[in-house]
Design a protein. Structure first.
Length: 552
């Protein structure tokens, strides 16, 4: 069997599907034929080599006699011959009009060239009978040339829901956080084609201790622009902790892990909505085909108002979502869920003219655990709201310090706002911040990395305050369960939290907030609130100065 590898999109789909179909069958040899004719071929050879595939040049395909050609790219020119050609969809059905590389017109995505249809060799796999009717109306030559198999990708997404917690943990999403995933197809009508600034704007508006933001971008974006260009264009968002999902495999676990999806008319958006994820449409192109499930999605899903309050809209999308809202879309796009892999295996062996293996029909597998692609955030604009505190220490009993943090790299896309007389904003930087201007302007400096001993932490605090005289305090975790905060006036405060060990930046924000309102630090009991309603109890105690320590 020869697999036609033309684009990353189509090649990934085959790589995600084929292993379970041919498991342990020594009768079938698979070779990948690389077709370099696509404008989106960048990355295909790297992908095949990374997966360990045997690759042959496309021009050699005419010199061999394969028993079957398999492709998830419909836009292929196969040489003359007798072997069947099985074409898998690389998305959901035939829902988009795309530029035709053979003319100046647009064409229906997913339909093979006339010559291949007329040869009688082509077989088109579909996921729903409605797609058979759509093809028949658009191209009568497809009559009798479709195979109803369902959608293996959708089956895996639904079947992997029990593993959702593991995916979230692997991506670095805490239990109390919501994961917002942006899905963009390719082209000028796509979400990122119309609103390339949406990613940093979201990161500037969503409190980072309550939200994580991920992005699933169509492989054609990566191929057309290159990974370097894409990362350069989204530098601020990446520095703010964006989970920019790789094009291979990882996007599916991220979609399962999402709490809310901001998408367009692409297949990933339809997959997410059909699987039950709350949805906001941030863009929707006129290249979506009327009558398809994707087009119907535009009438069901609420729209994102980019001029409105992004945080409030995301919160409302989650809180107002009703289970089963998009079940009709799933029924319109995916027939008989749960059986696609088994049906596809049967179809594959019929075309190969081989008896199907005696092993049980394959079932949808759990998606693999992804690796987090996020870079650490190294600087923050921090808002502290202090209630129940006063200079005398007794006003209102135990004070509460509410902390909201926003990555400093996206400050140009939305400055955080403070409300009330006891609400303060400061800049906090980690000791790994590469921008010297930020570090020199920071009020708070945070030691990152493994927690050192108390002595090493105090030494770091003293050296840091001496090196950066514009800072107010420096904070380091200490091996064990507490943090030490060194103040500019020479005092050292020990902060102990009763709950799980927290990011030392949160301890620093607590101390900063109390300093700003003049609340006593020695023996203070405080409630630290992060992530909306998440609360932890903390105790602050002053430590005596070290003998021989240099003054700050």
């Amino acid at each position: 069997m020869v697999v036609a590898a033309r684009t990353v999109t189509s090649t990934v789909r085959v790589l995600e599907t084929l292993p379970s179909l041919l498991r342990d069958d020594h009768r079938v040899t698979v070779v990948f034929a690389y077709d370099p004719s696509s404008a989106f071929n960048d990355g295909v050879l790297d992908l095949l080599r990374a997966e360990g595939c045997r690759v042959m040049p496309w021009e050699q395909l005419g010199d061999i006699e394969p028993d079957l050609i398999l492709s998830a790219s419909e836009n292929i020119d196969v040489p003359d011959g007798d072997c069947p050609v099985l074409v898998l969809p690389h998305g959901v059905g035939f829902q988009k009009l795309v530029p035709d590389s053979r003319s100046a017109e647009s064409r229906l995505s997913g339909v093979v060239p006339d010559s291949l249809l007329e040869s009688g060799r082509a077989w088109l796999a579909v996921s729903h009978p409605a797609q058979e009717r759509q093809l028949l109306a658009a191209r009568p030559e497809t009559a009798g040339r479709t195979l109803l198999v369902g959608d293996p990708c959708f089956d895996e997404l639904v079947g992997s829901r029990p593993r959702r917690g593991a995916y979230r943990e692997a991506l670095g999403v805490d239990e109390h956080q919501r994961l917002v995933v942006i899905s963009s197809t390719w082209g000028p009508t796509s979400l990122l084609g119309r609103h390339p600034e949406l990613l940093p704007r979201l990161l500037a508006r969503l409190p980072a201790d309550e939200y994580r933001v991920g992005a699933i971008t169509h492989p054609n974006i990566w191929s057309a622009h290159g990974a370097w260009q894409l990362r350069t264009l989204q530098s601020a968002a990446l520095e703010a902790g964006l989970l920019l999902m790789p094009t291979v495999h990882a996007w599916r676990p991220a979609l399962v892990a999402a709490d809310v999806l901001l998408g367009d008319h692409g297949s990933v958006t339809l997959y997410g909505a059909s699987a039950g994820t709350p949805l906001l449409l941030a863009a929707f192109g006129d290249d979506a085909v009327p009558g398809t499930a994707a087009h119907e999605m535009a009438a069901l899903a609420p729209r994102l108002d980019l001029r409105g309050d992004l945080l409030r809209q995301v919160e409302d999308a989650v809180d107002r979502h009703t289970p089963g809202r998009y079940d009709g879309l799933a029924r319109q796009a995916f027939a008989d869920p749960g059986h696609a892999v088994a049906r596809l295996r049967s179809a594959l062996y019929r075309l190969l003219e081989l008896p199907e293996p005696s092993s049980p029909p394959p079932s949808p597998t759990m998606l693999p655990i992804p690796r987090s692609p996020a870079s650490p955030v190294t600087s923050w604009h921090v808002i502290t709201d202090v209630t129940g505190a006063g200079a005398g220490g007794g006003a209102g009993g135990v004070p509460t310090v509410t902390v909201r943090r926003f990555p400093a790299s996206v400050a140009a896309y939305g400055e955080p706002r403070t409300d009330g007389p006891a609400s303060f904003t400061h800049l906090a930087c980690g000791d790994d911040e590469r921008d010297h201007r930020l570090a020199e302007s920071a009020s708070v400096l945070v030691r990152r990395g493994p927690a050192p001993t108390s002595v090493a932490a105090l030494t770091w605090i003293e050296e840091t305050l001496a090196r950066l005289p514009g800072s107010l305090l420096a904070v380091s975790a200490v091996r064990g369960s507490c943090c030490l905060a060194g103040l500019r006036d020479g005092r050292t405060v020990e902060v102990a939290v009763t709950g799980p060990v927290l990011d030392p930046g949160l301890h620093a924000a607590l101390v900063y907030g109390l300093l700003r309102v003049g609340h006593p630090l020695d023996g203070a009991e405080v409630t630290l609130r992060t992530g909306g309603t998440r609360e932890e109890d903390a105790v602050l105690r002053l430590r005596p100065a070290r003998a021989g320590a240099p003054p700050a």
